[in-house]
Ligand binder design. Structure first.
Ligand code: C2E
Ligand code: MG
Ligand code: MG
Ligand code: MG
Length: 289
C-alpha cells in the first residue's frame, strides 16, 4: 500500500491532514466525472516470450493498464488515483470498465491479427474488487458478453492481497474454477516468501522491477531471481520479469530461464491500435488494418 501511494508522494508528503482530505475529496469528485465522461482509457504493454536461443515471441500477451486523461492535469498514472478509487468505492466501476474494455480489445485483435494476436490478456485487480461477493459471477458475465475465453484472461494480484484472508482465497479459487489464470504481481516486494508460494492458487509469478533492474549488476538480485524462477518452475508456475529496460537486463533474466519478459526495452504501454501496429511491425510484414 505504501508503494501504491508512492506516485502521489511528492504532492502529498508535506500536506497537512486537512489539505490531504480536501485533495482526496476533490480527486474523488473528479474521478466520478471521469467515469461519466469517459476520461478513463486502457493502454496495453506487450509481454513477450523468452527462449534460450534468443527468439522473442511478440504475441505471448499484454497487460492492461488504466489511464486517466484529465482535462487540465493531462495524463494521470494509476498510482495517483487507484488508491483513492479504492477508498471511495469507485474502484468497482473502474475495474468493470477496464475488464470489459480489455476483453473487447482482445477479441478485436483476434479478428484483426489472427495467429499473431496476443494470446493472454493480463488485468490488475484491487482488494476491493475481490472482496465483492458477486465478483466471480460478474467476471463470468463480462466474459460471456465479450465472448472472451476464460483461458485468455490473467488476473493479477499482489502478494499481500493473495495471502490476505479466507474470502480472498475463496474468490481466487472461484476464478480458477472458471478457467481464468492468476498471477502474483510485484513478487519480492511483499511479506510472503518463496516458501509460501505453493499455498497460493497462481499460475504465474511476476518478478518485480526492483529485482529485474539490478539483474545484470547485482549478484544478490540475480540470485534472488534465480531462486524465484527455480521454485516457481518446480511448482509448475510461469515467470515474468517485469520492467526490463536494457539488453543487459534481458540477457540476465534469460540466463535464469525466466519464461517471459515485459518492459520499456520491448515497448512502453500502447493504445489499442498502436499495439496492433507494434505486433505488425515485429512480424516484419504488412498486416490488414
Ligand atoms: P503493475 O501491475 O506492476 O504494472 C506494471 C507497471 O510498470 C506499469 O505502470 C508499467 O507502465 C510499468 N512499467 C512497465 N515496464 C516498465 C519499465 O521498463 N520501466 C519502468 N520504470 N516502468 C515500467 P503503471 O501503468 O503506472 O501502473 C502502475 C500500477 O498501477 C500497476 O503496477 C498496477 O498495480 C496498478 N494498475 C494499473 N492499472 C490498473 C487497473 O486497471 N486496476 C488496478 N486495480 N490497478 C491498476
Ligand atoms: Mg500487473
Ligand atoms: Mg507488477
Ligand atoms: Mg510493479
Amino acid at each position: 500500500e505504501a508503494k501504491r501511494a508512492g506516485g502521489a508522494r511528492h504532492v502529498m508528503f508535506e500536506a497537512s491532514m486537512r489539505e490531504r482530505a480536501a485533495r482526496r475529496a476533490d480527486i474523488e469528485a473528479q474521478l466520478r466525472t471521469a467515469l461519466n465522461e469517459e476520461q478513463l482509457f486502457v493502454m496495453y504493454q506487450p509481454v513477450v516470450g523468452l527462449s534460450a536461443d534468443g527468439t522473442i515471441d511478440h504475441s505471448a500477451g499484454v497487460e492492461a493498464l488504466v489511464r486517466w486523461q484529465h482535462p487540465t492535469r493531462g495524463l494521470v498514472p494509476p498510482f495517483d488515483f487507484i488508491g483513492i478509487a479504492e477508498e471511495c468505492g469507485l474502484i468497482d466501476q473502474i475495474g468493470d470498465f477496464v475488464l470489459e474494455r480489455a476483453c473487447t480489445d482482445f477479441m478485436r485483435w483476434r479478428a484483426q491479427l489472427g495467429d499473431h494476436a496476443p494470446r493472454l490478456m493480463a488485468v490488475n485487480l484491487s482488494r476491493a474488487q475481490l472482496a465483492q461477493p458477486d465478483w466471480t459471477a460478474k467476471v463470468a458475465r463480462i466474459l460471456e458478453k465479450t465472448a472472451m475465453p476464460a483461458a485468455g484472461l490473467q488476473l493479477e494480484v499482489t502478494e499481500s492481497l493473495a495471502a490476505q484472508d479466507e474470502h480472498i482465497q475463496l474468490r481466487l479459487h472461484e476464478l480458477k474454477a472458471l478457467g481464468i489464470k492468476l498471477a502474483l504481481d510485484d513478487f519480492g516486494t511483499g511479506y510472503s516468501s518463496l516458501s509460501s508460494l505453493h499455498l497460493l492458487p497462481v499460475d504465474t509469478v511476476k518478478i518485480d522491477r526492483s529485482f529485474v533492474s539490478k539483474a545484470d549488476t547485482s549478484h544478490h538480485h540475480r540470485v534472488l531471481i534465480e531462486a524465484t524462477v527455480k521454485v516457481a518452475q518446480s511448482l509448475g508456475m510461469n515467470t515474468v520479469a517485469e520492467g526490463i529496460e536494457t539488453a543487459g537486463q534481458l540477457d540476465a533474466v534469460r540466463a535464469q530461464s525466466c519464461a517471459k519478459g515485459q518492459g520499456y526495452f520491448f515497448s512502453r504501454p500502447l493504445v489499442s491500435q498502436a499495439l496492433v501496429d507494434w505486433i505488425g511491425a515485429q512480424q516484419g510484414s504488412a498486416l490488414p488494418a
